[in-house]
Write a protein of this length. Structure first.
Length: 464
């Protein structure tokens, strides 16, 4: 079993402790008994949840927030070099630990499942965490979003399985040594860190190379990038490679996905036997995520029929086609999709569940670099909506790039025949949507930034 708290991490300080990845590690350490402290830019429900676990959370970044007895400072790739707390750590000789190294140390002594891929990591990791917990296996988990059931993104469980989302964006997934690795898909993204698909493939090859001898790689048989990666790593004979998908040569073959409103039913062929189970989120891509989760659990020795039943306990994860509510006959749904493939998949899923209703989208592009490289494809994906409103780019960790604005997306959408308009003032969106929507419509707030905050405001305006 894992030690209660890794050496030198008994009094950690997290810079940006409210972030999805950082908060999960902080929660697990607090649950293991560490004296956790940290800072974040603003108050949040996450900050309150951490305080409830005994953590000290400061708002704002200042050198004096770093306690005198801090044993390490944990950072993510988003933390800039001029952060005052990071500078104070350097002056005082306090070790600086990257988020991925901290997470890797939490997995020591356990049986890790690492979920990787350009899209779908959070949902698949969540499906595994929920199903394993439903089977009484008490897994630990660290996820990039809050589970709808437990309402948290991380937990220190008493069992020997650790399920973790493995982030390729900054190559930090190279730090993990999983017993089971899942690769959902391989596409070009994170343009500030990868210049080409060759670099992406090399990075994923390194990740697969970290799978423990005797372990398993679960990988898509349908997605072109995943098939290419399978070819590239096929020479490794000390691990088992299990493919899944609709392809005829898939080891776990998806025979049918049947829409059931905002859920679906999937039928697979596994070891010569058919198995049908429910997935409580819409769309074939989420059904395929569930199949990947099932295959990973089977690789750990869990009976497939038990997993299939347990996967039905999954009720979704925050921001992944999450129903925020209904007002005036209009449903408002939140989507984290920010890459064109994700946008298309979520829009197709909602379109399939809409049963003839109109789909209205409020889209916020995420990152200047991503918009520069994929803005045209983002615009083209909006043709799946009946009408769209596009906000300004959410910069996150990036500085503006001259000439790169959301106009790139709008122009591409209009050329593709989409009904789209720009809105530069987020505070105007509730009124804009209220003027567009009519009973029976579905409104989708979409993007990885603070567009998620608009759902309740849109609902309140519709109610008024």
């Amino acid at each position: 079993m894992a030690p209660a708290v890794p050496t030198t991490m008994d009094r950690p300080h997290f810079i940006g402790i409210g972030g999805a990845g950082m908060s999960g590690i902080a929660k697990i350490l607090a649950q293991r008994g560490a004296q956790v402290a940290g800072s974040d830019a603003k108050e949040s429900a996450t900050a309150e949840a951490l305080r409830a676990l005994g953590a000290t959370v400061h708002i704002g970044h200042a050198a004096e927030h770093l306690a005198a007895d801090a044993t390490c400072v944990v950072v993510s790739s988003a933390i800039r070099a001029d952060n005052p707390e990071l500078a104070a750590a350097a002056e005082r000789g306090i070790p600086v630990v990257h988020r991925s190294d901290a997470l890797a140390r939490l997995m020591d002594g356990l049986r890790p499942i690492a979920v990787a891929g350009t899209h779908g990591k959070t949902t698949t990791t969540s499906m595994l965490a929920v199903s394993l917990d439903a089977l009484g296996l008490a897994p630990s988990y660290a996820i990039g979003g809050d589970l709808n059931g437990p309402g948290t993104n991380a937990l220190h469980g008493s069992g020997d399985i650790f399920v973790a989302e493995a982030d390729e964006s900054d190559r930090s997934f190279h730090k993990y040594a999983p017993e089971v690795a899942i690769v959902l898909n391989v596409e070009l993204d994170h343009h500030a860190n990868y210049a080409s698909m060759d670099e992406i493939y090399e990075s994923f090859e390194t990740f697969v190379g970290r799978v423990r001898a005797g372990g398993t790689l679960v990988i898509s048989a349908d997605q072109a990038g995943a098939r290419e990666l399978t070819e590239r790593v096929s020479g490794r004979h000390d691990i088992e490679i299990v493919t899944y998908g609709t392809a005829e040569d898939a080891d776990v073959r998806v025979l049918k996905v049947t829409p059931r409103g905002l859920s679906s039913e999937v039928t697979i062929l596994l070891n010569g036997k058919m198995l049908t189970f429910a997935v409580s989120v819409p769309g074939s891509h989420y059904a395929h995520n569930a199949v990947a989760a099932l295959a990973a659990g089977v690789a750990l020795g869990i009976p497939a029929h038990n997993l299939a039943s347990a996967l039905g306990k999954f009720t979704g994860v925050g921001r992944r086609l999450q129903l925020k509510g209904e007002a005036a006959g209009v449903q408002v749904i939140d989507s984290y999709a920010h890459h064109p493939t994700e946008m298309t998949a979520d829009l197709e899923a909602i379109r399939g569940a809409a049963a003839g209703s109109r789909v209205l989208v409020v889209f916020q592009p995420h990152l200047f670099s991503r918009t520069q490289e994929l803005g045209t494809e983002m615009g083209q994906s909006l043709t799946l909506a009946d009408a769209s409103v596009v906000l300004d780019i959410y910069p996150a960790r990036e500085d503006p790039i001259p000439g790169i604005t959301s106009a790139l997306i709008i122009d591409a959408a209009e050329k593709a025949g989409a009904d789209v308009r720009a809105e530069h003032d987020m505070t105007a969106i509730p009124d804009v949507v209220a003027g567009m929507a009519r009973p029976g419509d579905l409104v989708l707030t979409m993007g990885a930034g603070d567009v998620t905050d608009l759902g309740p405001k849109i609902l309140a305006r519709l109610e008024s």
